[in-house]
Design a protein around this ligand. Structure first.
Ligand code: NAP
Length: 476
């Protein structure tokens, strides 16, 4: 039913030491599949395949690569239901979230099929010598891609599509919680015309050793990682050995600022999206709410009513809005954040208690009067808990919002666009949602400032992460 072997050079194979690991369904804790766990030897074989396949792939015309990516978009779009089902089974998220992810994931193939043919360069005259300056972008080399469990499809395609558009080959190591979706994508890529070895998938429970071995292989030139800041830091250390090109999409701690002049219904809609898309398991998830004192009561009442109306259950069932969290650790961490905030004085307006029984469920929860020293104000909650504080002055809320080592995304709600743009420019975040609770878009540069990362995915910038600039000084 599922693909469960390593995918190297277009072939399915067991791990060199035959070790496997279980993938669980977080809704009922049953074992969904037993997956091959790649070894360092397998990682070497995957890099061998990628290095060999890249020669032919990079030599293809941009149009030929673009057409294969376009075909991948069409095939994936025709199978969104299948991918969504698989995403729900291994990650837990509800069907609507999973459908949204599958469609978003497919869009990266379309967007980068369009970008593949836009390889720009420059021809100029050197001011002093008069020599010609030719600048062009070349594929950087074999890329190692490491992805998290919260978007098993989209975090993969957001890297695979630009890498392939640029002319690179890849080895992808999906998260051990959710390797099945990426493995299921491989027959589709074959059908689209991706040659063997251009995309290799290496699930592994020994992620540290396997990824480290690949980053130390001189044939690898790019490491693109999405995951926690702690692991990102480790990979940057390893990447330093071969001076790899790093792209790092790391953690977030998104503030949501609701000014007194905001349209409260727009703010509540935005807050619901920013908080509850993917049940809060997103780097872009609203983590800290700052609501102006004058509108706090109205906002909290309406937002709490919307949160209370969400149906919690097995994400595969119709009508369910909120599935289980991905694993017991994540659920326990969310519960600990709530307990800590309450011990420090926060009030529970909704939820706040994990149900008994099977599955890693946690209910939609609203906390008010959350003190600034609560752990959830400084760390990613990564669950369906909204932590609400109030503020009085614009300058004060900007300072509080910026008071974090993260800088991925911030959300601002105000009817006054001059204020909205002024505040946006003062916020040290790579992305701003202005009267919007959703910023992710394949056509826009996604990424963070400060310890939320390096580089951008999507947009025009995404393909450049997999390319290197070459300059030729010429006379003729
Ligand atoms: P994680 O623990 O950092 O894991 C991410 C990936 O790294 C997984 O494939 C994991 O493999 C692998 N990994 C773990 N330790 C490693 C090591 N020592 N060396 C090499 N690879 C290693 O993150 P997660 O818990 O899956 O995902 C949640 C985090 O991702 C959050 O912090 C979230 O904010 C961030 N995120 C960021 C973005 C963004 O675009 N900025 C998007 C989505 C998520 P195993 O599964 O085998 O451990």
């Amino acid at each position: 039913m599922f693909q469960t072997e390593l995918y190297i050079n277009g072939q399915w194979r067991a791990a060199s030491d035959s070790v496997r690991f279980d993938v669980l369904n977080p809704a009922d804790e049953t074992v969904l599949a037993s997956v091959a766990s790649g070894t360092v030897e397998d990682a070497r074989a995957a890099v061998d395949a990628a290095a060999e396949a890249m020669k032919g792939w990079a030599a293809k015309t941009p149009r030929a690569r673009a057409e294969i990516l376009r075909k991948a978009f069409e095939l994936m779009t025709a199978r969104l239901e299948d991918f969504a089902r698989l995403i729900t089974l291994e990650n837990g998220k509800a069907r609507a979230d999973a459908m949204g992810e599958a469609a978003y994931a497919a869009e990266f193939f379309r967007w980068f099929s369009e970008e593949a043919v836009r390889g720009e360069g420059l021809l100029a005259r050197a001011p002093a010598s008069g020599a010609r300056i030719l600048v062009q972008q070349r594929p950087a080399g074999v890329a190692v891609l490491v992805t998290p469990w919260n978007y098993p499809a989209a975090m993969g395609t957001r890297k695979i599509a630009p890498a392939l558009a640029a002319g690179c080959s890849v080895v992808i190591k999906p998260a051990s919680e959710t390797p099945l979706t990426m493995l299921a994508l491989m027959p589709l890529l074959e059908e689209a015309g991706v040659p063997p070895g251009v995309v290799n998938v290496l699930p592994s429970r020994s992620s540290g050793a396997v990824v480290d071995a690949m980053l130390r292989d001189p044939r690898v030139r790019v490491v693109s990682f999405t995951g926690s800041t702690a692991v990102g830091r480790k990979l940057l250390h390893s990447a330093a050995e071969q001076v790899l090109k790093p792209a790092m999409e790391l953690g977030g701690n998104a503030p949501v600022i609701v000014f007194e002049d905001a349209d409260i219904d727009v703010a509540v809609d935005g807050a619901m999206l920013a908080k509850m898309r993917n049940l809060g398991e997103a780097c872009t998830a609203a983590n800290r709410f700052y609501v102006h004192e004058d509108v706090a009561e109205t906002f909290v009442d309406r937002f709490t009513a919307r949160m209370a109306a969400l149906k919690v259950g097995n994400g595969i069932e119709d009508g369910v809005d909120v599935g289980p969290l991905v694993n017991a650790d994540t659920r326990d961490k969310v519960a600990a954040f709530v307990a800590d905030a309450v011990a420090k004085g926060a009030k529970v307006r909704l939820g706040g208690k994990a149900p008994e029984g099977k599955g890693f469920f946690y209910p939609p929860t609203v906390l008010t009067d959350v003190p600034g020293n609560a752990a959830c104000v400084g760390d990613e909650i990564f669950g369906p808990v909204a932590a609400i504080q109030t503020f009085r002055e614009e300058g004060e809320v900007v300072r509080r919002a910026n008071d974090t080592e993260y800088g991925l995304v911030a959300y601002v709600f105000t009817r006054d666009m001059a204020r909205g743009l002024r505040v946006s420019e003062q916020l040290d975040f790579g992305m701003i949602g202005l009267n919007r609770g959703l910023v992710s878009d394949p056509a826009a540069p996604f990424g963070g400032m400060k310890q939320s990362g390096l580089g951008r995915e999507g947009g025009h910038e995404g393909m450049l992460e997999f390319m290197e600039t070459q300059y030729i000084s010429a006379s003729w």
